[in-house]
Design a protein around this ligand. Structure first.
Ligand code: IVH
Length: 675
């Protein structure tokens, strides 16, 4: 039995060890300047671990031993931000910066004030609340007002202090950007490629995916990092300006970007922005611009905000990353719906920090419209998102030897004659038995957004098809261990894991199953609408084209495609086999808080990449909200896509909350999990 005195001594030592380890973590992870050898550090950790094992009552969430991640959770809780997280207005040129400066100088009634320039980190925003000097809660930005409670995951981020040296500091909230370095991103993707798992498109997606893991152990295995860039609120007294506040945070052990600079003239600010645009590749992490902030807090208050954008700060955005290279050839691959997708094989070129060898070309019409020819020197672009694109040819470098592209008349995988439905931009391989289609369909079925079957990646799908063990996705459920064991590199344990993962997928909600089937035009959103509206696969099967297209957000093209799919005996059989195998084909929808938008009115303006107006309306209405035609005082949210009209101005005048596409997606995710 432990005596009180022994426990007391242990507690003292534990606290001492934690403080020492926190200090060395900061030196090692944040400053990259360790003071002690790794072995010495390990000894400190070991001693702490031993003491915590002997006295489990001393284990605390802020102990560095807890960085490995705790128990998985079923879903994240929702956190209401005490002070909303704002967004930033954009500047795309020095002139935009000058115009911004003129506007705020008028408000400040002076044109000379200090500004702080910080790299705009391309990661995801988090808010960290410290109470009694300890990390009490960490949340994502969400829609700015409500975020997800990801405390357990944030605790695993080495550069987030679990406690600060001053225990008596009044509660405060630090804000910052969680991100992954380019190197860490590449390493994660390499490992995923080897394991046959889908790759992350860029460091930001990878960071977001890592932070929003229900199992904190997964988060702990990813070397996430943070740069803090502000204080959300504080119950104590703050320094007079942003720069000093950042210094204070740094003293408390937070990671403040050393690239930041306090400058005193607009010219110096513009010079800094242009310099970073040139130097962005020097940084080991992705930045997509520079954030310029008025330093003085009193001035910030005087300038205030318009809508959800403060006037005292602006994001100078870099143009998308582009490069020139040679287009070696145009290849075609076969998608899961049989679509023939042309893509460019390029002479490898560095674009925005990564080497690009391939780029999408969308479809035949697009290639023709842009007049892209094989042999052209082309402009390749990597925008904020994902897959590199070919913007167009550099016409001045044409030699005359370039060759226009035509879609092959036969499927490159099975040699079936290609068809192009009237009115569609895509050509298709109509052969349902096409090996390439089967492979894509199967990998799609088991992929993360679909049935999410861990371990059934590209390599295993290919092996299963080659061995004739499966012909369609439903056959996965009939696989036996004996069969799996005959495959190369498949041991007892992995076979069991694969079977367990397949069995677990039977419980996926209906919308996932609908998406997983790979019906042409049925992406995850349409699948969610169908599941939400019909509630069961049987009801979808019964619905005719008219009933299908009566669902808000579903048009005649989708309705026809669903009917065609279900009218095809072979596809219909897959659905029936899934039911017979015990896959749940009704209900089981994710925790959609129906009516969670009840009473809220939205107005839509501009265009969004991922949502048509009809679909956005359907999603909002599906959750009980309503969509109005014009912005009034009663409007709760304006959803503003690209090229928004005067509604945006109006919303700003009235102080109506504005959601851009990203915020809208996050918002739907939080309110209904349908995006
Ligand atoms: S300040 C009102 N500083 O950019 C000030 N944001 O478009 C709001 N970001 O949501 C943020 N680096 O996620 C600020 N140094 C930085 C930043 C930064 C990246 C992100 C942040 C924010 C978004 C605004």
């Amino acid at each position: 039995m432990t005596t009180d005195r022994a426990l007391y001594a242990a507690r003292e030592r534990v606290e001492q060890l934690r403080a020492e380890i926190a200090h060395h973590d900061y030196r090692y992870y944040a400053l990259d300047a360790p003071e002690i050898a790794d072995a010495t550090y390990d000894q400190l950790m070991q001693e702490l671990r031993r003491l915590e094992e002997e006295h489990p009552e001393l284990i605390a969430p802020d102990s560095p031993t807890q960085r490995v991640g705790g128990q998985p959770v079923a879903a994240f809780g929702v956190v209401e931000h005490r002070v909303p997280l704002l967004s930033l207005g954009n500047a795309f040129s020095p002139d935009d910066l000058r115009a911004w400066h003129r506007r705020i100088s008028a408000l400040a009634e002076r044109d000379s004030f200090a500004m702080v320039c910080e790299p705009k980190i391309d990661g995801l925003a988090v808010a960290l609340v410290y109470e009694r000097g300890k990390l009490a809660r960490g949340a994502t930005r969400g829609d700015g007002r409500h975020g997800e409670d990801v405390t357990a995951n944030l605790r695993t981020v080495r550069t987030i202090p679990l406690s600060v040296p001053a225990a008596d500091v009044p509660p405060f909230e630090v804000r910052g950007e969680v991100y992954l370095s380019e190197k860490a991103f590449e390493q994660i993707n390499n490992e995923r490629a080897e394991a046959g798992q889908p790759l992350f498109a860029n460091p930001r997606n990878c960071a977001a995916g890592s932070l929003r893991q229900l199992d904190p152990k997964v988060t702990a295995s990813r070397p996430l990092d943070i740069w803090v860039y502000g204080i959300g609120w504080s119950d104590g007294v703050l320094p007079p300006g942003h720069w000093e506040a950042m210094q204070w945070l740094q003293e408390l052990g937070f990671r403040v970007n050393p690239e930041s600079a306090r400058l005193h003239t607009l010219d110096a600010v513009i010079e800094r922005c242009l310099a970073w645009e040139e130097e962005r590749e020097r940084l080991p992490y992705d930045i997509d611009g520079v954030v310029v902030k008025v330093d003085d807090f009193a001035l910030q208050d005087r300038m205030g905000a318009v809508g959800r954008e403060p006037r005292w700060a602006i994001a100078y955005k870099f143009p998308p990353k582009q490069a020139h290279t040679k287009l070696r050839s145009i290849e075609v691959n076969v998608g899961r719906t049989g679509s023939l997708n042309p893509f460019a094989m390029l002479e490898p070129v560095r674009v925005g920090g990564t080497t690009v060898k391939m780029a999408t070309l969308h479809n035949e019409d697009d290639i023709r419209r842009k007049d892209i020819r094989v042999g052209d020197t082309v402009i390749v672009q990597r925008a904020g998102d994902v897959i590199p694109q070919v913007v167009g040819p550099v016409l001045s470098l044409r030699t005359g030897a370039e060759l226009p592209f035509t879609m092959p008349p036969r499927c490159p995988s099975c040699d079936a004659a290609v068809v192009r439905p009237p009115g569609e931009a895509m050509s298709y391989c109509p052969n349902q038995a096409c090996p390439a289609q089967r492979f894509r369909l199967l990998t799609h079925f088991s992929s993360k957004g679909a049935m999410d079957i861990d371990g059934v990646g590209e390599a295993l799908c290919a092996a299963l098809l080659a061995a004739g063990m499966v012909e369609d996705a439903a056959d996965l459920y009939a696989l036996t261990k004996e069969q799996l064991l005959t495959l190369e590199r498949m041991g007892e344990r992995s076979a069991q894991n694969v079977l367990s993962a397949i069995a677990a997928s039977k419980e996926r909600p209906l919308e996932r199953v609908l998406f997983a089937l790979g019906i042409r035009h049925v992406g995850s959103e349409v699948a969610a609408l169908l599941a939400f509206h019909f509630g069961s696969m049987a009801a979808v099967v019964r619905a005719d084209e008219e009933e299908l297209s009566a669902v808000p957000g579903i048009g005649p093209v989708i309705a026809r495609s669903v009917r065609e799919y279900l009218g095809e005996p072979r596809d219909r059989l897959v659905v029936e086999k899934l039911g017979a195998a015990g896959v749940r084909l009704s209900g089981g929808q994710p925790a959609r808080r129906e009516g969670s938008l009840a009473g809220k009115t939205f107005v839509l303006t501009g265009s969004m990449a991922a949502y048509t107006r009809g679909r956005a309306t359907a999603l909002i209405e599906g959750l009980g909200g309503s969509v109005g035609a014009s912005v009034t005082k009663k409007t709760d949210y304006l959803v503003a896509g690209e090229a928004p009209g005067s509604k945006l101005e109006r919303a700003r005048e009235l102080g109506v909350a504005v959601l851009d596409e990203e915020a809208f997606r996050a918002f739907l995710g939080e309110h209904g999990d349908v995006s």
